[in-house]
Design a protein around this ligand. Structure first.
Ligand SMILES: [Zn+2]
Length: 498
């Protein structure tokens, strides 16, 4: 029933804003000293009177969480508030022991940011960041065997919320924004960004509107989708909702402003509950916490310590090292990969297109080995591979000085990956050095021609594509060690002799 409309429906504009909740990598919780390492811990073992919401307890603000939020705000181009205020967001839910969540409402830590999102087609779209604020996570309800339990280990874990303006107009843009945001969070070291572990949760609010509505500055009713646990699911949910809403409007109906969940199995959104407005939360300033004053000196200190971010790195690789955008993207998504690449270039050299050659080996051969390694497709594993950046540089140097040919290089890399041994040692031990000795190559070429008279006759009869066949035979006869250029040249000479 959804086949009638497609994403290229130009009668409607898709409008998406994004709310992203991010767990911060602090050691202790937001307002108490309980540890945040609750993953795998027995239920209710990371709790104290404060995060259990006992009467008479008082919250104390976690400085590291504020610093992480300011850092993120600066990286997203935000203005940092001089005074931020925590607020009570009131609602009753079994996993919320106080009956309210301490969040921020009118005066968040960071406002008015902007992220430029690069798309695969080479275009760039600016996405404004409305606010970045700090709050606390809730506990978790567990439903088992007809009973409901609550585990409050997660209650009070620092949670940063990033809210964008409704500047996203395609599922692709949403995907690019989220992967780019996660990359920045990991560069900053403020969050693991692991969606499958709940450390990053995305809630797109999705609407469509006609050009007439757009001209009048109006928006369609928006649907917020919850419980998305992968970037792929966010993309699918946006595409699904867009088609569903267009179908509703096309058939004369009205889109209802509701919260939906995502059914991964059926690949569709499902109704959750009608959406609260902010009035329902009865926000008011948290009476147990004074307004938080952020000194400009401290903010400047944090700004000065920001690392080079992925966008800047990508631009530098292209500008200074002549990298192609594809490799520059692949190398800057994860800070650990960029770090490996830069270490390898430092050891290998920056001249004569060397960074691009190194980029090819890392994104081609090394990524292939990491992906084949079973632990999912997580490139952060590059930090654990047994090959040091300088060893990879040494391997490429062996190819450059013709000690080994590029194909043998791949074989050596496989052994390095398994053993961590130096490439020079592997080449010596396995006898892999390239054969450039012309007498050895001459002999191999001559014997291959002699052994394949029928192919030779066909070649000389005009079937020149058989050159590849002969070349393969020669390389095989030398166990792949022949200098390919020397072998190619000699083969050509002997083939053309008749
Ligand atoms: Zn606690």
């Amino acid at each position: 029933m959804l086949a009638a409309t497609t994403k290229s429906d130009t009668r409607y504009e898709l409008v998406v804003g994004m709310e992203v909740h991010v767990q911060l990598l602090t050691r202790s919780k937001m307002f108490c000293r309980c540890a945040t390492d609750y993953a795998g811990a027995p239920p209710n073992t990371r709790v104290c009177p404060v995060c259990l919401g006992m009467p008479g307890t008082l919250p104390v603000i976690n400085r590291d969480a504020v610093e992480a939020t300011v850092k993120t705000g600066l990286a997203l181009g935000c203005e940092i508030a001089e005074t931020a205020v925590f607020a009570r967001k009131n609602y009753t839910y079994p996993d919320l022991p106080k009956g309210y969540q301490i969040s921020q409402f009118e005066l968040p830590l960071c406002i008015h940011g902007r992220v430029d999102v690069d798309l695969p087609d080479g275009s760039t779209s600016p996405i404004r960041v409305r606010r970045v604020h700090l709050e606390e996570d809730t506990g978790r309800s567990v439903h088992e065997g007809g009973y409901s339990y609550v585990d409050l280990n997660r209650a009070g874990v620092p949670l940063m919320e990033i809210v964008t303006e409704a500047d996203i107009h395609s599922a692709e843009q949403a995907y690019a924004f989220l992967t780019g945001l996660r990359s920045v969070l990991r560069y900053l070291g403020v969050s693991s960004g692991d969606m499958e572990k709940g450390a990053m949760r995305c809630e797109p609010n999705i609407s469509v509107r006609t050009p007439e509505q757009k001209a009048r500055g109006e928006y369609g009713a928006k649907v917020e989708v919850k419980n998305l646990n992968s970037f792929r699911a966010v993309r699918s949910a946006i595409e699904y909702e867009m088609r569903r809403q267009i179908d509703v409007l096309q058939s004369g109906g009205a889109v209802e402003q509701v919260n939906m969940g995502w059914d991964e199995e059926r690949q569709r959104t499902v109704l959750q509950r009608t959406k609260e407005s902010s009035d329902d939360y009865r926000y008011f300033p948290e009476p147990d916490l004074p307004p938080l004053a952020l000194s400009r000196a401290w903010v400047d200190e944090i700004r000065a310590e920001l690392p080079e971010l992925p966008g800047a790195k990508r631009a530098r690789y292209i500008r200074d090292w002549g990298l192609r955008p594809t490799e520059a993207d692949a190398l800057t998504g994860e800070s650990l990969v960029a770090c490996f690449f830069e270490g390898a270039v430092a050891a290998y050299g920056e001249e004569d297109g060397k960074p691009q050659r190194m980029a090819n080996w890392i994104t081609g051969e090394l990524f292939r080995l990491i992906y084949a390694d079973g632990e999912g497709q997580d490139l952060r594993q590059i930090a654990d591979v047994r090959i040091a950046p300088a060893q990879l540089a040494a391997l490429l140097a062996l190819i450059d000085d013709k000690t080994i040919n590029p194909n043998t290089g791949k074989k050596v890399l496989d052994i390095m990956y398994a053993t961590g041994d130096d490439p020079q040692d592997i080449v010596a031990r396995e006898g892999l050095a390239m054969v450039s000795d012309t007498s050895v190559i001459d002999e191999a070429v001559a014997s291959i021609l002699a052994a394949n008279p029928a192919e030779l006759a066909r070649y000389r009869g005009g079937e020149t594509k058989l050159f590849g066949f002969f070349m393969g035979q020669v390389m095989r006869a030398t166990q792949g060690k022949a200098d390919p250029n020397a072998a190619r040249q000699r083969l050509q000479e002997l083939l053309d002799e008749a």
